[in-house]
Design a binder for this molecule. Sequence first.
Ligand SMILES: [Zn+2]
Length: 132
Amino acid sequence: MFKEFFSELLEGNLIGAKCKECEKILCPPKSACDCGSRILEKIKLSGKGKIVSYTVTYVAPIGYDKEVPYVVAMVELDEGPWIVGRLEVDAERAEKEDLIGKRVEVYGKEFPTEQFYPDKQRRVVPMFRIIE
Ligand SMILES: [Zn+2]
């Protein structure tokens, strides 16, 4: 389900998994729920949520240095799970404005893959666009 998550994300769809035992929603989907159950059902999420925290990255891990500065955000989805991605605002705005609590919409963006990234074919990053 994990590869599908990224290909769907590129199409603008956010896929999660719902545990049939405890009803918890996982995003990105995993093969087992935190409760230990492996009976998970694929569901489509709204792709909307709010910013919980964010940081501006100036010093990137090896291989990502051409992409700095960028803003990494933690978003709480309307369905509950928290996901990490990049915020579609420039570093200057992120430093000046308080963006916590802003409503966002998630989409996928393809970046060039590089030597330390596990998937050599494709690298898709969840991106957040502020909608309010
Ligand atoms: Zn569960």
